[in-house]
Ligand binder design. Structure first.
Ligand code: BGP
Length: 466
């Protein structure tokens, strides 16, 4: 029987975000984000035509919800402040109602012994900032830095773990390369500018945090997709995987941790005439303000082969350098279409240990979205999601091995506590430890939620003999 015990004080918890969980989108002075706007324009792009307005009612139910976090073993929990709620005009004075909400939500967590991890931006560009050009406009970078500073002033005495961004690469991919986030642009050069300005915004927030003199830690959450070549002995496949790593991982990982962009990435962007505009002062800001810890969201690997298709591109696109590879026999989550490759989490541990100074990190998201979970409701009304328990254990075994070999991993957060709204997938796939009845908003702890409590209480788990 193998027992997997995690380091003392390990952060067990889960993550959600303001826009996906709070609901109350037009309550108490909150302004529109790009999601509210996009849904108004193109509701058909959202699964079942369900938009971001009433997502999961955390704004109203947070006190009860936080009790459920406690009941499912959380000692830590990440959510995000919505810029649109805190500073509806994008710049200027914070909205007192939002300040009261966030204060009370944070206080309630702390009173339950749950450390709040607060993220400042989860894909939710305020529409008033988008009208100015979003991340393409440096004014928005400065407005974000001012918003971050306000957050530290308001909540920095009690929040000890801050994150500047969640998955900053996703709005780049979704909004400027592959058409799954507003503004649905497909242009690699503009994408590079958006990525650079987001990185600069992160560094400026870190600078503001350090200047605030608060005694917590600030980091960034990155979605890391280890890139595996189809054939590790084929030089061109390996080069394709290397390019993907540069585009999709190292474009934020290197500047966030090392304060510098990888040479390979700069070389490609220069060749493609797609280098973003920047000043030497920007580079210094990035160099001087690296993260104190890292959040890693891990869902899926990336399988890659050399460019074999003869697609033509009107503008620079990363896809000029690789083709995606469908590996025969890959284990898939059919509902999300993502490969499940547990060892990827271990490979990330090794990469951070060997190449990124073994910086402290935690798994800030990992999880499994399943459609039609009602199928698994038992006579007591509880969802028996054994597949989720297996999914978590399968990843934790590899994470444990990574830690045993020296990775500086501080915790594991599942996506997500209570089933929440998932962008254009809306409520198609459910990820929670706690189910949500959309009609009644009733919450019911799933089997995985009960199991998660024992996992956290025991600071690990033991494999039962088969
Ligand atoms: C991550 C995001 C989350 C969440 C999750 C699940 O990329 O940080 O916001 O949504 O993925 O993915 P999805 O909602 O696309 O199924």
């Amino acid at each position: 029987m193998a027992t997997y015990t995690f380091p003392e004080g390990f952060w067990w918890g889960s993550a959600t975000s303001g826009p996906q969980a709070e609901g109350a989108a037009d309550v108490d002075g909150r302004s529109q984000s790009i999601w509210d706007y996009w849904f108004e324009k193109e509701p058909e792009r959202f699964f079942d035509g369900v938009g971001p307005k009433d997502t999961s009612t955390f704004y109203k139910n947070y006190k009860e919800d936080i009790k459920l976090l406690k009941a499912t073993g959380h000692n830590s929990f990440r959510t995000s402040i919505q810029w649109t709620r805190l500073i509806p005009d994008g710049t200027g004075e914070p909205n007192p109602k939002a300040v009261a909400f966030y204060n009370d939500m944070i206080d309630t967590l702390i009173a339950e012994g749950i450390s709040p991890f607060i993220n400042l931006f989860h894909f939710d560009m305020p529409m008033c900032m988008m009208e100015k050009g979003g991340w393409e406009n440096r004014e928005v970078v400065d407005a974000y830095a001012a918003y971050a500073k306000t957050c530290f002033e308001l909540f920095g005495d009690k929040v000890k773990y801050w994150l500047t961004f969640n998955e900053p690469m996703v709005p780049v991919e979704g909004g400027y390369l592959y058409d799954f986030h507003y503004p649905c642009v497909k242009d690699g050069k503009r994408a590079a500018q958006v990525a650079f300005n987001t990185m600069l915004a992160s560094a400026k927030a870190i600078e503001a945090y350090k200047q605030s003199g608060k005694d917590g830690m600030i980091g960034i959450v990155l979605n890391l997709t280890p890139s595996y070549p189809r054939n590790a002995d084929d030089k061109e496949d390996v080069e394709a995987a290397y390019a993907c790593d540069l585009f999709f991982n190292r474009s934020f990982l290197d500047p966030s941790i090392k304060g510098e962009y990888p040479h390979g990435l700069i070389k490609i962007l220069r060749e493609q005439d797609a280098l973003p505009y920047y000043t030497s002062e920007d580079l210094k800001t990035i160099k001087d303000n690296t993260v104190m810890f890292l959040g890693v969201n891990y869902y899926q690997p990336r399988r890659v082969k050399k460019k074999e298709s003869d697609t033509t591109f009107d503008t620079f696109m990363p896809d000029m350098y690789f083709d995606n590879y469908q590996m025969p026999g890959a284990k898939m989550n059919p509902y999300r279409g993502w490969e499940i490759y547990e060892k990827g989490i271990y490979d990330i541990c090794t990469n951070i240990r060997e190449n990124y100074d073994n910086i402290p990190f935690y798994i800030s998201e990992n999880g499994m979205g399943v459609e039609g979970e009602e199928r698994f409701i038992n006579e007591d009304g509880k969802i028996e999601d054994d597949y989720r328990i297996e999914f978590i254990k399968d990843h934790l075994r590899w994470l444990h091995k990574g830690i045993e070999e020296g990775a500086n991993c501080k915790g594991y957060h599942l996506w997500t506590p209570i089933d929440c709204w998932s962008w254009t997938n809306a409520y198609k796939n459910r990820y929670g430890l706690i189910s949500l009845d959309l009609k009644t908003q009733k919450r019911t702890v799933k089997k995985s939620g009960e199991w998660y409590k024992t996992l956290s209480d025991n600071n690990g788990f033991t494999d039962e003999e088969k």
